[in-house]
Design a protein around this ligand. Structure first.
Ligand SMILES: O=C(O)[C@H](O)[C@@H](O)[C@H](O)[C@H](O)COP(=O)(O)O
Length: 265
């Protein structure tokens, strides 16, 4: 891992790893996550992991399914959450939960009670109710709850070409919501339009924020985000990820295409 270009040289918590391609990125993230989860359990912790949706996340999930069974991780003692979810039918192929179950969760001996999906269209009245229900689940079982940890162990996040993370889109009011655990989105620029997203403070309540970014289409978003000044109050309107600048450990796993607009170090 190398220091992020533009990051404060004294900020030992922000690291960039440039991988040659998406496949190597996915294997690297999965391997690092397995080590991380085993280490957390070795400390006696019960790690909570936050998954994300999208293409590179799916590749990471498939690598976790391949490498996970032989790992030292006790899968019955891992809690799974979603940083965001598309508000569609539970059986829809667009659901992040459905994609994650097919790619990894159905292939590992997780405790179903420790998997926390966002309510789907068929379960609640509307997207606002889904967000409220997820916020309640987070308050009851997530970081800071009576039985929960102080923080997630790892929050994984993709990055949109517009620099969105989870379903926090630049310029949208949800980016700046601080007093809710999760929020509804009704006009997502990325289809489908209705989504539920953890808020920035919820996502930031983690020991590690791992950003997974692949492809030339993300190169400007990566460059803008890594160059963003977290003390600039307007920065979050350009790149919401800047609201996670306080996370103790931020890792950027990017492939060479996604890194192509970073300043030469
Ligand atoms: O529900 C979603 O759509 C995701 O959570 C979203 O935040 C995703 O991670 C990024 O859009 C990157 O997606 P790709 O890796 O497919 O570009």
């Amino acid at each position: 891992m190398s220091h992020l270009p533009g990051a404060d040289p004294g900020d030992a918590s922000a690291h960039l790893r440039v991988l040659p391609d998406a496949e190597t990125l996915a294997t690297t993230v999965a391997t690092d996550l397995l080590v991380r989860l085993a280490a957390a359990q070795g400390r006696g912790d019960l790690p909570h992991v936050v998954l994300t949706g999208g293409t590179i996340a799916d590749a990471v999930h498939r690598e976790l399914a391949r490498l996970g069974p032989a790992s030292a991780v006790d899968w019955s003692r891992v809690e799974v959450w979603w940083g965001d979810e598309r508000f569609v039918e539970a059986a829809s192929g667009e659901r992040n939960e459905r994609q994650a179950r097919e790619a990894v969760l159905d292939h590992l001996p997780l405790d179903p009670a420790r998997v926390h999906p966002v309510p789907a269209v068929d379960a609640v009245a509307d997207v606002a109710a889904a967000a409220a229900a997820y916020a309640e689940e987070l308050a009851a079982r997530g970081p800071g709850s009576a039985d929960g940890p102080d923080a997630f162990e790892v929050v994984m996040l993709g990055l949109g070409p517009d620099a969105h993370v989870a379903s926090l889109f630049p310029g949208f009011a949800q980016v700046r919501v601080d007093d809710e655990g999760a929020v509804p989105v009704t006009d997502s620029p990325k289809p489908p339009p209705e989504r539920v997203s953890m808020t920035a403070p919820t996502l930031a309540r983690t020991r590690g924020a791992w950003f997974l970014v692949s492809g030339e289409g993300k190169a400007q978003a990566v460059a803008d985000t890594l160059a963003a000044d977290p003390t600039d109050p307007g920065a979050a309107d350009v790149t919401p990820a800047v609201r996670l600048a306080g996370v103790p450990e931020r890792r950027w796993y990017v492939d060479t295409e996604a890194a192509s607009r970073l300043p030469a170090t």
